[in-house]
Design a protein around this ligand. Structure first.
Ligand code: G6P
Length: 510
């Protein structure tokens, strides 16, 4: 049994304030906000879509810069059109930042203390939920103090929304860090339209069963009118868990959610909405002369090898970096590739560095790279060019253009947008994508070289097929994949979701 909800009912307070104030929202201006700062559309995510920066950095405005990524690009037009707001953590521990506006978006910062970061963010979000939802590749840890913090912090995000949402506003909650927020909002503000999107996989009930607080999580998510997932298998897993752990009666991926009095409060639906990328941005960059020239420069810097292979990941154990390195090392060992002919660039951007499993992974990956390079490098050539950095999108696109073969070997991944960016950047329809069947992107990119990264021999064969692929076949595959992505960019993703959220659901009580 789950522990009862925390005694922290502050959302209820704010509700009152919110309601009183939002009554005045009736006189809201044409853009949908009122003088008291109530918004008709609110996005909530753990991180705000901005990063701190210093004045001399490109794109820095008043100490903030828009963070990279499709989500903010997809939602920015909607935000500016409806004058919506974004609620999230601003990235600095223990610091209170007042609401501010950046690039036409109203931002409402939520404060996280050092303790919240340790328990809610590094603990429950990234050492309990993250491994649990990614096939327990690393063992999840279950600590009651982490769970208590998760609930408290979710309540704080919900409070911020309640305080700033106009009557009948649409609220879109993002990702696994905030799964309790939908129900908290539903209880405090039944007038809201509530959507939730899970960017990472949702595990099968057999794995989800391990979570001591499994009922509270399902209950939290069912507070939403629409729960979106990357793959239809994720939506199916969620509904199977709702049935198994809450006894919910699920029909056509819908649940009639009941309140304390036993009456149906709303219908919660689960559906797949595969996320995508900002196609226009990547295509434009891929054709910009300086970006193209930089790609050639990268090839020259590596000694113009016949083949450049590329991996781009957050340094995360779900990404299969070790499996990729193992396969590549064996190919060098077998003499199938040589350092004169081929070079592997591995970009591993720093991530969650205070979480133990991430520290261990870094040691292991860097040890392996050192071993491979020590064994196979020559004075002129390097086997693996390892870069533990993050790069701006311009440099990423140059890398995509420089790479003949892209390696996406995730052991489990909600989507994997790197795969979609690579394909989009290949405007000449050349290059090859080796893609794990365990990445959500495999559902859409069926013409990729799909493989199981646990099968090292299979991975080696697939890499060699990609290296030796005839241009005609590469072009056929790339064209089909590019068409898929060009027809389904991130704008379509967000508009499809919001359209479905706005739909009136017909109740079928039969
Ligand atoms: C994944 C998650 C996001 C998260 C991102 C970076 O893509 O789905 O919610 O923001 O990783 O991780 P971080 O822990 O740095 O926010």
């Amino acid at each position: 049994m789950e522990a009862p909800e925390s005694a922290d009912h502050s959302a209820k307070h704010t509700t009152k304030a919110g309601h009183t104030a939002s009554a005045s929202a009736k006189n809201s201006d044409a853009k949908g906000t009122d003088a008291a700062g109530h918004f008709d559309f609110i996005v909530v995510s753990n991180r705000l879509p901005v990063d701190r920066c210093s004045a001399d950095e490109a794109g820095c405005e008043d100490g903030w810069r828009r963070s990279p990524g499709g989500l903010v690009t997809a939602l920015a037009p909607m935000m500016t059109k409806t004058d919506g707001a974004w609620v999230g953590w601003h990235g600095a521990p223990d610091e209170t930042v007042e609401p501010f506006s950046h690039g036409g978006i109203d931002l409402i910062p939520v404060q996280l203390s050092t303790n919240d970061i340790e328990l809610f963010y590094e603990g429950f979000s990234n050492a309990t939920l993250w491994p649990l939802y990614h096939d327990v590749i690393a063992p999840p840890e279950f600590h009651r103090a982490w769970w208590d913090s998760y609930r408290r912090v979710n309540r704080r995000f919900a409070d911020a929304v309640v305080q700033h949402a106009a009557e009948g506003a649409t609220v879109w909650v993002q990702d696994y860090q905030l799964q309790l927020v939908p129900k908290m909002l539903r209880e405090a503000r039944p007038d809201l339209k509530i959507g939730f999107f899970n960017h990472i996989p949702f595990p099968p009930p057999e794995i989800f069963a391990q979570l001591p607080w499994r009922r509270a999580i399902i209950d939290g998510l069912l507070g939403a009118d629409l729960v979106g997932f990357q793959r239809s298998s994720d939506a199916g897993n969620f509904m199977r868990s709702a049935r198994r752990f809450l006894g919910a009666s699920v029909k056509q991926q819908q649940v009639h959610v009941k309140g304390n009095d036993g009456d149906t409060t709303h219908i919660a639906r689960a559906q797949a909405f595969p996320i995508s990328i900002d196609v226009k941005q990547i295509t434009e960059l891929a054709q910009r002369p300086d970006v193209v020239e930089r790609a050639q420069q990268i090839r020259r810097d590596l000694g113009n090898p016949k083949t450049i292979l590329l991996g781009v990941d957050r340094l995360d154990y779900t990404k299969g970096i070790r499996h990729r390195l193992k396969a590549y090392e064996e190919l060098l060992q077998d003499g199938k590739v040589t350092v004169e002919d081929a070079s592997l660039i591995q970009v591993a951007s720093p991530s969650r560095e205070r979480v133990e499993q991430y520290r261990l992974l870094r040691e292991e990956v860097e040890g392996t790279v050192g071993h491979i390079n020590g064994t196979y490098d020559t004075m002129q050539n390097t086997a693996v060019r390892y870069l533990h950095h993050s790069y701006p999108i311009e440099e990423m696109v140059s890398l995509y253009l420089a790479a003949d073969v892209m390696l996406v070997t995730a052991l489990r991944d909600g989507m994997n947008l790197v795969a979609k960016e690579y394909v989009t950047a290949r405007t000449n329809n050349d290059g090859a994508l080796v893609l794990s069947e365990f990445a959500g992107a495999a559902d859409q990119l069926k013409q990729a070289m799909l493989m199981n990264p646990h099968d090292i021999d299979g991975l080696k064969d697939t890499i060699m097929k990609a290296v030796n692929m005839q241009p005609a076949e590469a072009s056929r595959r790339m064209r089909a994949m590019r068409k898929q992505i060009l027809d389904h960019d991130v704008d379509l993703w967000s508009s499809d979701f919001l359209k479905a959220l706005a739909e009136k659901v017909v109740r079928d009580d039969s």
